[in-house]
Design a protein around this ligand. Structure first.
Ligand code: PRP
Ligand code: URA
Length: 214
């Protein structure tokens, strides 16, 4: 296995337990969405561990003390559609975060990302951007999203995924060695259709109940 210094795979027992539920084919969309949300909270907590603080005075009922508040302007960048399910949990963690949606889907034939929604303003308005997408497969979507954010002027970018494939980690690490990747699992490989094995199937379909029953 290659050594990727930018890859952080959570070892937390709660993460590992929840991931088993998420992968299980019998997990229904309602439960699936709940677990995506819970895992996003736990991974977001890890990904934001080095967010910057500034000192402030905090008046407790007894005296004024030296406290801290978040100094970084955080930008959450969910990749539509599947990344949507990760937003609420991250906003619970960082209520002042800005949310910038990016619409990308993977062309099923070429496996290349196609951009269909992007309303970023001309200049970056955040200090730290977290790209949210449950799946890092070939890395095409993540790389495209990182390129959009860098053109926008984003300088500190992190990727938060639930499951990553080695192929996707390699692609992101090679093209963007400055971008740290946080995930719950590094799986074995992609199959011939570009799905992560063992994975969980199609993260968007499983959240939104849109899978093709055939
Ligand atoms: C999935 C997933 C990622 C992408 C990963 O989205 O949520 O965005 O595939 O694959 P990649 O690493 O090979 O680019 P999909 O294209 O299925 O769109 P959806 O979220 O609308 O279902
Ligand atoms: N997108 C998904 O939703 N699942 C995969 O396994 C690969 C890409």
């Amino acid at each position: 296995m290659a050594d990727w210094p930018t890859l952080h795979v959570s070892q937390h027992p709660a993460v590992r337990h929840k991931l088993g539920i998420l992968r299980d084919v019998s997990t229904e969309p309602k439960k699936f969405r709940e677990v995506v949300r819970e895992l996003s909270w736990l991974l977001g907590y890890e990904a934001l561990a080095d967010a910057r603080l500034r000192k402030i005075d905090v008046p407790t009922p007894l005296e004024v003390m030296h406290g801290e508040e978040l100094a970084d302007r955080i930008g959450l960048v969910p990749i539509l559609r599947a990344g949507l399910g990760m937003v609420d949990a991250m906003l619970e963690l960082m209520p002042t975060a800005q949310v910038w949606h990016l619409g990308l889907f993977r062309d099923e034939r070429t496996l290349r990302p196609v951009e269909y929604y992007n309303k970023l303003p001309n200049e970056s308005t955040v200090d730290l951007s977290l790209i949210l997408d449950p799946m890092l497969a070939t890395g095409g979507s993540a790389t495209a999203a990182i390129e959009v954010l860098k053109r926008w002027g984003a300088v500190r970018i992190k990727l938060v995924n639930l499951i990553a494939a080695p192929e996707g980690v390699e692609a992101v690490a090679k093209a963007h060695p400055d971008v740290e990747i946080y995930c719950a699992s590094l799986d074995r490989q992609l199959n011939e259709k570009g799905y992560i094995m063992p994975g969980l199937g199609d993260a968007g379909d499983r959240q939104f109940g849109t899978g093709n029953p055939g």
